[in-house]
Design a binder for this molecule. Structure first.
Ligand SMILES: [Zn+2]
Length: 267
C-alpha cells in the first residue's frame, strides 16, 4: 500500500517536473549573444488589476524577462521601449491598474524608457507597425552605445513589427517572447488575426514554472479522497485529487497564497 502511494507520488512529481520544463523562448534568452544588436519583442497584453490572476502572472513573467536580459546585456547597454504614448508617461508611471504600467515603473528604476511617439494606432492598418519600427530603431541611432532594446508591445503588433525591422535593419537580431497566456487570447476572434495564428505556432506563451504546495488529505462520507488547503482551509470535491494539475478544481479564498498552485500530497 505504501509503495503504491509512493509510485503515485513519484509519477505525479515527474509530471510536475515536465511541466516546469516548458520554458517558452526563455532558452533563447539564455543563449543571447551580447555582441549583436538585439531587439526583444516582449509581446504583451494590457492586463487589468481586476483580473488579478492574469495580472500577477503577466507582471511576474515580464519582470523575469527584464531581469534576465539585464543580467546578460547590463543596465548601461539596455533600453526599454513602451507602447504607451509619451503623453501618458506620467499616468503610466503613477497607476498600478494595468500591468504595463507596473512594468514601466519596475523598469524605469533600472534603465531608461522611451515612451511611444505613436499616438493613435489603428490596428487594422499595418502602417502603425511601420511607425513603431522606426520609433524603436531610432533608439539605436540616438544612443549608439545601446546594444539591446526590450520593446514591451501588444502581441498583435509583434509579427508585422518583426517584418518591418527585418527589412530595415537585417543586422539586428530579433527575439520574440510572448507573455500573453492562452486564457487571455480566448476572447479574441483569431480568424481576424492570421499573422497572430502563425506567430503562436512558433511562439507559444512563455509559461511560468508551476509552483506547488503540500495539501492535507481528507476522505468524505463516501470514503473518496478530497483535499484541504492548509492555508485557507478550503475543502475540495472528489475531482481535485484526481486532476491535481487542473487548479480550477481547487477554489481557494481570494488572497490565499496557494491559489493556482498544484496540490501535492506529503509522502
Ligand atoms: Zn488556499
Amino acid at each position: 500500500m505504501y509503495y503504491e502511494k509512493y509510485l503515485k507520488y513519484k509519477t505525479k512529481y515527474l509530471n510536475l517536473k515536465n511541466i516546469k520544463m516548458i520554458g517558452g523562448t526563455l532558452s533563447e534568452l539564455d543563449s543571447l549573444d551580447v555582441s549583436i544588436k538585439t531587439i526583444i519583442l516582449m509581446g504583451e497584453a494590457h492586463t487589468l488589476k481586476t483580473n488579478l490572476i492574469e495580472y500577477n502572472n503577466i507582471i511576474k513573467k515580464q519582470k523575469q524577462i527584464i531581469d534576465l536580459v539585464l543580467s546578460k546585456f547590463g543596465q548601461d547597454k539596455t533600453y526599454c521601449y513602451s507602447e504607451a504614448p509619451k503623453e501618458f508617461r506620467d499616468l503610466a508611471l503613477r497607476t498600478d491598474n494595468i500591468s504595463s504600467s507596473v512594468i514601466s515603473q519596475y523598469t524605469i528604476n533600472k534603465i531608461p524608457i522611451k515612451f511611444s511617439n505613436i499616438t493613435t494606432c489603428d490596428r487594422e492598418n499595418s502602417q502603425c507597425d511601420d511607425k513603431y519600427s522606426d520609433d524603436i530603431l531610432s533608439i539605436f541611432d540616438e544612443e549608439p552605445h545601446i546594444n539591446c532594446i526590450i520593446a514591451a508591445i501588444g502581441l498583435l503588433h509583434v509579427s508585422e513589427l518583426k517584418q518591418f525591422i527585418n527589412i530595415k535593419r537585417p543586422d539586428i537580431k530579433i527575439i520574440i517572447v510572448n507573455t500573453v497566456s492562452h486564457k487571455q487570447l480566448l476572447p479574441l476572434n483569431m480568424k481576424e488575426y492570421p499573422a497572430l495564428i502563425e506567430l503562436l505556432k512558433i511562439e507559444s506563451p512563455y509559461e511560468l514554472p508551476i509552483e506547488n504546495f503540500i495539501v492535507e488529505v481528507l476522505y468524505n462520507k463516501s470514503n473518496e479522497k478530497i483535499y484541504k488547503c492548509p492555508d485557507c482551509q478550503t475543502i475540495t470535491g472528489e475531482l481535485a485529487p484526481k486532476n491535481p494539475t487542473d487548479t480550477s478544481l481547487f477554489s481557494h479564498r481570494y488572497l490565499c497564497p496557494n491559489k493556482n498552485k498544484i496540490p501535492i500530497e506529503k509522502l
